[in-house]
Each structure stands twice: as C-alpha cells, then as structure tokens.
Design a protein around this ligand. Structure first.
Ligand SMILES: [Zn+2]
Length: 525
C-alpha cells in the first residue's frame, strides 16, 4: 500500500536520460518503487497519463527570504513546479545578524525582499533554517549572506574586514557551514558587499572550500579598484583560484547590448575551467530587476537606513546624489519601471520618466522623493527591448547557454510589489515550455536535468534532483506540449498553465493546479 501512486506518466528522471513509461509509488516522504505498479493500491492515485513526471525544480537564485515568511504557501514558486529554493542570494539576506543588525538590514533590504517579520532569530544558520523548516510549502536551502556577515562584523560601514573583524567573520562562516549552509553568497554591486576587497573574500572562501561549499556571486561593478582585475569575472575567478572554492556565477547571460555574442561571453569562463570548478545560471528574460536604493553612490550607504534618509533630505547631498543617479550609465533610470512602492502604489508599473512628468520634476529628484515617501522600500525592473528581433536573439542565446552542461536555472525572482518582474511567476514554464518549443536547441530531458540533478549535485542536496528509488518525493507532473508561462511585463502576476500536480516530500502541494495548503517544505540539506 502506497501513500501516493502516480500512474501512466512518462518519467523524465532528471539525469538527462530519455523518458520512459512507468508508475511511481511513494511511501511517506520517499519514492519507494518505480515500474509497472498497476496491481498496487494507494491512499491517493494521481493519473499522469499524457504527462511528464519529473523531479521538482530547484531554483538556484531567488529572493523569497522574506516572502516565504509572510506567505509560506508561496504559490508563485510552487505553481511553476519549484519544490526547492536556494536563499541568501547576492548576499542580500539576514543570516547571520544580531537582533539589532537584523532590524537594520531588514529595513535596508525591503526594496528587494519586502519586510520580514520583526523579532525573528537570524543570528545563526541553525536559527535561520528553523524559521522555514516545516513551515513553508517548499524546501529551502541556506547560503551565508555576505551582506549580513559584513553588517554583523563591520557594521554598515565602509571599513576593511581585517584583524579582529576578519577573525569574527571567519568564526561565523565556520559555524554557518557546520550548521548546514551550502556556501557563501555575495553581490559585489550591492552594499555593504561592495566595500570588500578580493583578499577578504579569499580568506572567507578558504573556509567554504574546506566544507566543500560553493561561492555564489553576483559580480562587482562598484568600487572596481578594490577588486582583483577591476572586479567582474576576473575577480570571481581569482577567488576560486586562490581559495580553491567552487564558484557559481549568478544570472550570467547576454543582454540587448550584446545579443548573439554567446561565444564571446563564455570565452573567459571556458579559459578558466582547468583552474576553477565553476558553474553558472540564468533566467529567460531580456532585462533584470532589483531595488532602487542600490543605485545610490557607494558612500551614501554608510550607516544604513537612518543615515541614508538624512542624506536624502539634505539639499547639498541631494544635488550630488541626483547627479549620480541621472548620470549613472551602469543602470539608467529612464529605462526603469518602479515595481514596488507600498506607500505610493498608484505609481507602481509606471516608468520613471512618466512618474517624473506627472510630478513636474526630474527623474533623479522624483527617485529620491519616492525613496523617502516609501521609507526606502522601492523596487524596479528594466524595460524590455523595443524591437522583437533583439528580444528573440536574447531568448535564443538563453536556450543556447542552458544547453551547456555547466548551466542551471535561477529565476532571480523578486515577488514583492504591485507590478513585479514576470520572472517571479514564469521562469520555469517559460524555459521548459515556451522557449524549448520555440528554439529547439536542447531536449526536454536535458532541460529538466539543468533544473534538477545539476543544482542538486552542485549544492550537495542529497537525495534530491532525481526520480529514483529512495530519493525524496519532490515531484512535478506537467504537460510538455501545453506547459507555458502567462506572466508578462504588462501583466506579471499570472500563473502558468499545464502543471497540474506538484509534490513536496511526498505531500501533494499542488492538486489540479490548486495549492493545497500543505506545508511540507524542509530546510535542507
Ligand atoms: Zn539576485
């Protein structure tokens, strides 16, 4: 007698092998039998005829750290077939922080994460994991967040992490790895991470390497003088070379500016492969999303939210900040849509020039005003390319990149706000449904492997990422021909279709495209 029996489906087991017809019997949280189980009985039978049955998808990059605490049902991820999310991305998360530093950094990160509940214990990886374990619909994986680590050991200050500060940080990294973190994640273009040097990261990553963990990085484009080789890919590779850590590159893809140049993009990675154990990830959209606070000049972040607020109210400093914002060619305000502004929701979904025009002011001034009015909680995304040929080329590039065996899928989802980036609702069905059918560069079996076995092996998620006897029953049932994203830049909060069932640790979490309310997610590994 099985608890759940999934009958008649085509199994794509996650290893990249060709699909085959079989039934799957589940007992408790594990896959107990695979084969012809037509004589078996079960408490629950799911008819998967005409559907693919695969391991649940593992999202290697997602900003749901607060969203999961506020809405543990998490339908945006679950309905895509995601059963595991890796947290702490870009170093923008809460562990490890003392109560006081948690309060400060929770406020600072609200433009990207929303506000996590007050008063939670985020002081260790163990307590962080406890905030999610068996309290969410999906499994969670923890990275030590470099931003939090720096706030905790150096304050929200541009000071070097050396001497006693470095020793403190090394102790916290050691303790975090012992308590089940899979690695250290950083975003070198964010603060306080951008105040670090390459040397600091090498010291921290030596410890991560001792635990066979992963260094996950969003590359530096702030304070390039502090980064080996001017930051970017050379810095991350140097950290891998000198610490021996495995390096995982976040959201690496072409953009409208270098569409079609996949070979050039990959040259520097391929050239380093003999020296550095590296992997990469991407999401299937032409533009990104982040929080507006991150665009302020580096020194404006000193001291954190209360001092930033004071600066944004000071006439002289406003002039300098406006100049930086309007002259900043790294991220250009006029191509932004403001997506998350809880105090001015009527302006969510408008471009910055539209908002400035409505208010009769400049894009720099209105940005500072909106930061103040929203207590710094403002998110944005970049407008997609105006011509369809460029967009198509970027999509083709993304499928070509995913056909490489060293790639995985990281949605980079930011779920907060009235008008979020569509990637938070659509990434996995967009890749596995829409783009796979449109650009047939990779088989469904290979694409599933990128979303399941690849991340499970890379991040040491034992017993996950395959349909195999004895493995955890994280399972998704989908219609390969119908599965598609429906979330768009225009109308982003739309669930995909063609994914009727999702199981997390053997529990039916999505039943006929409806979330069941079961909270079977575990903090893993
Ligand atoms: Zn990110």
């Amino acid at each position: 007698m099985f608890d759940v029996l999934i009958t008649g489906g085509s199994i794509i087991d996650g290893s990249g092998s060709e699909r085959y017809r079989a039934d799957i019997g589940i007992v408790s949280d594990k896959i107990d039998a695979i084969g012809d189980l037509s004589d078996a009985s079960a408490r629950r039978v799911i008819d998967a005829s005409g559907h693919v049955v695969s391991p649940g998808f593992i999202d290697t990059h997602v900003h749901s750290d607060a969203v999961l605490l506020n809405d543990p049902q998490h339908p945006q991820g679950l309905r895509q077939g995601i059963t595991t999310e890796i947290l702490g991305q870009d170093g923008l998360s809460y562990v490890p922080t003392s109560p006081e530093n948690y309060k400060l950094y929770n406020h600072y990160l609200s433009g990207i994460l929303g506000r996590a509940p007050d008063g939670l214990d985020m002081s260790s990886v163990e307590s962080f994991r406890g905030n999610y374990h068996q309290k969410c619909a999906i499994n969670t994986v923890t990275n030590i967040a470099h931003g939090a680590l720096r706030v905790e050991t150096c304050g929200m200050q541009d000071v070097p992490m050396t001497g006693a500060r470095l020793e403190h940080a090394k102790r916290l990294v050691t303790e975090g790895m012992e308590q089940g973190a899979v690695g250290l994640a950083t975003g070198m273009s964010y603060h306080p991470q951008a105040w670090s040097t390459t040397e600091e990261l090498i010291e921290l990553c030596k410890i991560v390497a001792d635990f066979d963990g992963v260094y996950t990085t969003h590359l530096r484009d702030v304070n390039p003088d502090r980064g080996f080789g001017g930051g970017g890919v050379p810095e991350a590779l140097e950290i891998g070379r000198r610490s021996g850590v495995k390096v995982h590159f976040s959201h690496t893809r072409t953009s409208p500016d270098n569409a079609g140049k996949v070979a050039e993009l990959m040259e520097q990675f391929d050239a380093a492969k003999d020296e550095v154990d590296l992997t990469l990830e991407l999401y299937p959209y032409p533009t990104g999303s982040s929080f507006v606070l991150s665009n302020l000049p580096s020194q404006a972040h000193n001291g954190g939210p209360s001092e930033i607020t004071t600066r944004l109210k000071d006439d002289d400093q406003r002039k300098d900040i406006a100049k930086h914002l309007e002259g900043n060619d790294r991220r250009v305000l006029r191509d932004f849509v403001y997506s998350h502004m809880p105090k001015t929701p009527e302006l969510e979904g408008l471009t910055v020039p539209e908002i400035a025009q409505r208010r009769g002011t400049s894009i720099g001034e209105v940005t500072m005003d909106l930061l103040l009015e929203n207590e710094l909680e403002v998110g944005f995304w970049g407008v997609p390319p105006g011509d369809i040929a460029t967009w198509r080329q970027v999509s083709q590039d993304q499928v070509d990149l995913l056909s490489r065996p060293d790639y995985m899928i990281g949605s980079d989802s930011i779920h907060v706000g009235g008008h979020p980036h569509p990637r938070a609702w659509g990434t996995f069905p967009r890749f596995l449904g829409r783009l796979r059918r449109q650009f047939s560069a990779i088989s469904l079996e290979q694409m599933v492997q990128r979303a399941t076995e690849n991340p499970a092996v890379r991040f040491g998620l034992n017993g996950r990422g395959l349909i195999a006897e004895g493995y955890f029953a994280d399972v998704v049932v989908f219609d390969a021909d119908r599965m598609i994203d429906t979330a768009t830049y225009d109308d982003p909060k739309q669930y995909p279709v063609g994914i009727p069932f999702v199981l997390v640790n053997g529990q039916v979490a999505v039943d006929h495209e409806r979330c069941t309310g079961v909270m079977a997610g575990q903090a893993i590994p």
